[in-house]
Each structure stands twice: as structure tokens, then as C-alpha cells.
Design a protein around this ligand. Structure first.
Ligand SMILES: Cc1ncc(C[n+]2csc(CCOP(=O)(O)OP(=O)(O)O)c2C)c(N)n1
Length: 334
């Protein structure tokens, strides 16, 4: 399978795109290992197989732009410039984590990078992203607000509310559906009527792209960002992709031997011509866009970064449980 290079910004940094996808992949493989070793205090939902969506979209955004994420949020966090060490420490439940270790995997956020947060509430990002877009519109600051959500989340009513408000007020919201065909332990087509893209069409321009092709995603995002910044309003981008890992690590314990997909299907999506990372690497190599040496040194530097972050998380002090009540009442003291 080829990567789509049409409508691309000439100045695209292919190595940076590759490195960021690689960082997300390797960081999550390491999380999987840590989970199997019993080192993580909470659940992790891995993003492996969907990296091209986070990187293709976030690479088109500026630091000041907003994103809202999902329960499967590590890729979004890292793609938008979140710090790996702070994310790992959070997932390890340590005081040096981005939320002092009190939130875990489903609450990684960094407002200074425009990351409004992962979210354990399926569909929780629709209203937050729309609100951030409304704020940008009121201030006229030119910021864009990108909302990641899964095909399962598209069955939440607030999806329609977010699209409606974004449409009538011409808000700079970009709805990014990661259609990985699965919703927890359910095949989405068994619980979803019609095509998701049809739900967005009455409100805004829509596009369905190959979500495992980082350049196709980037091209669609560039057009949506341009439209949002110029005040024309929202866009909907549906990225077709596939989740390689289970809904969450330790899925087998939940399923108790039950199955909701075949191993052949997983293997099919892991194939080099479908996998977003190996496919993009093959494409940049065969087109002579990045030298094999640079690709090798990217592998080395990413591996080093990950081990440093693991060491940092493991050496950090545990979260201070006394923070729990003060965080809870923080908003009520004012
Ligand atoms: C409001 C709400 N309902 C149900 C759940 C349980 N739940 C967690 S993830 C999930 C499936 C989400 O599917 P999708 O939006 O397609 O995201 P994906 O897991 O495929 O990334 C469900 C039903 C939840 N966390 N929040």
C-alpha cells in the first residue's frame, strides 16, 4: 500500500513524523511490558496501530491549539508534545506525574501544550472541545480545537450537540473520528446504524481517509485547520484504522476465554503494508526522503528516551494520597 503524498505542505519533516509515531509505538510496547510485570497501578488502553491518526493530525496543529482526547489517549498526548517522563510517572502512580500521580492513564493532560486531557467518559471530549472552540471564537485568537473520538463514542448524543453548535456558530472545531471498528469488546457495526460520516454531513464538510496513512491524515487535517483558522467553521475527518491490542491490557481476564474478533483479522492489520509505522518507514526509505542511518539513529534515540522515562518513573516517589481530598475540594474553596 502506498502513502498518499498529494496536497502536502512541501516543508513536511518526514523524519519528525516517523520519530513521533515510533515514540508512541515503543512507549506503548513498554507500557504493555510494565503492565504484564504488574508495575502499573491502573488500567491502560493502548493505541498501537492508530499512531498515524494522532501524528498526522497533531503535526498540523500549533502548540496553542487545543485537543481533547479519549480513554486511549497516550498517542494524542505524545503527538501534541506532552512529556513522556511526566506521562509515565503519572501512569506509574508517582508524585512526579503530570497530575501528581492522582489521575493515571485516563487523565493525562497538559494545558500548556493545549492538551485538555484524556477522558474516561466515552464521548466526554465533544462538549469540552466545542467549548474550547467557542472560547477561541469569542477571543478571536485564531486557535483551533481538535476533538478525538472513537466510533463507539459517536453513538453518544452529545456528538450531535457538539456538531450542531459548532456548525451554527462557525466554531473552529475539528471532529476526528478514529474508526477502529471496535467498541470495547463489541464489533461496532453490530451497535451502530448507518455510516458515521453521514451523521456529520448536514453540519460540515466531511472526509474519510485511510487512518493508517499518516500523510493522508495530515493532508485532510491541513485543509480542516485552514478552514477553522479562517473562520469558516468546523470539519469532520473520519480515519479508518484498527486497534491491534486488546481494548485494555489484561483484556483476557475480562473476557474469560471469550472472543469478539479473530486472530486472522489482527494479523491482517499488523501486516507491513497496513501497519502505519512500517508502511511509512518503507515509503520514506524507498523515496530516499530519509537516510537509513537517520532512521536507525531515530530507533536508538527513542529507545533511550523510553528507558530514561521508565527509570524516572520507577525512581520517583509514590503519589501523596493526602492530595486526594485537597484536589477534590479545590474547586469549592474559591
Ligand atoms: C459514558 C461511558 N459509557 C461507557 C463506558 C465504557 N467504555 C469504555 S471504552 C468503551 C468503548 C469505546 O469505544 P470507542 O469510542 O470506539 O473507542 P475505542 O475503545 O475503540 O478507542 C466503552 C463502552 C465509558 N467509559 N463511558
Amino acid at each position: 500500500m502506498q502513502c498518499q503524498a498529494e496536497n502536502q505542505t512541501p516543508a513536511l519533516d518526514y523524519l519528525a513524523l516517523f520519530e513521533r509515531m515510533l515514540l508512541i509505538r515503543r512507549a506503548e510496547e513498554r507500557l504493555s511490558r510494565a503492565c504484564q510485570e504488574g508495575k502499573l497501578p491502573g488500567a491502560v488502553h493502548l493505541y498501537i496501530g492508530q499512531e498515524a491518526v494522532a501524528v498526522g493530525t497533531c503535526s498540523a496543529l500549533e502548540n496553542r491549539d487545543w485537543i481533547t482526547s479519549t480513554h486511549r489517549g497516550h498517542g494524542h498526548f505524545l503527538a501534541k508534545g506532552g512529556e513522556l517522563k511526566a506521562m509515565y510517572a503519572e501512569i506509574w502512580g508517582k508524585g512526579t506525574g503530570i497530575f501528581c500521580g492522582m489521575g493515571g492513564s485516563m487523565h493525562v493532560a497538559d494545558f500548556s501544550k493545549g492538551i485538555l486531557g484524556a477522558n474516561g467518559i466515552v464521548g466526554g471530549g465533544f462538549a469540552i472541545a466545542t467549548g474550547a472552540a467557542f472560547g477561541a471564537k469569542l477571543r478571536g485568537d485564531g486557535r483551533v480545537s481538535a476533538c478525538f473520538f472513537g466510533d463507539g463514542a459517536a453513538n453518544q448524543g452529545v456528538f450531535m450537540e457538539g456538531m450542531n453548535v459548532s456548525s451554527v456558530w462557525k466554531l473552529p472545531t475539528i471532529f476526528i473520528c478514529e474508526n477502529n471498528r471496535l467498541s470495547e469488546f463489541t464489533v461496532s457495526s453490530t451497535v451502530t446504524g448507518g455510516l458515521l460520516v453521514e451523521r456529520a454531513k448536514p453540519f460540515m464538510p466531511t472526509t474519510v481517509v485511510d487512518g493508517n496513512d499518516v500523510l493522508a491524515v495530515r493532508g485532510a487535517m491541513d485543509r480542516a485547520v485552514e478552514r477553522a483558522r479562517s473562520g469558516e467553521g468546523p470539519s469532520y475527518i473520519e480515519c479508518t484504522t484498527y486497534r491491534i491490542r486488546g481494548h485494555l491490557e489484561a483484556e483476557d481476564a475480562f473476557l474469560g476465554g471469550g472472543k469478539y474478533r479473530t486472530s486472522e483479522q489482527i494479523e491482517e492489520w499488523k501486516a507491513p503494508e497496513k501497519d502505519p509505522l512500517t508502511r511509512f518507514q518503507a515509503w520514506i526509505r524507498s523515496n530516499g526522503l530519509v537516510s537509513p542511518e537517520k532512521l536507525r539513529s531515530a530507533q536508538v534515540s527513542v529507545a533511550k528516551k523510553i528507558e530514561e522515562a521508565v527509570a524516572y518513573a520507577e525512581a520517583s516517589p509514590a503519589a501523596d494520597v493526602n492530595l486526594a481530598p485537597s484536589l477534590m475540594f479545590l474547586g469549592q474553596e474559591a
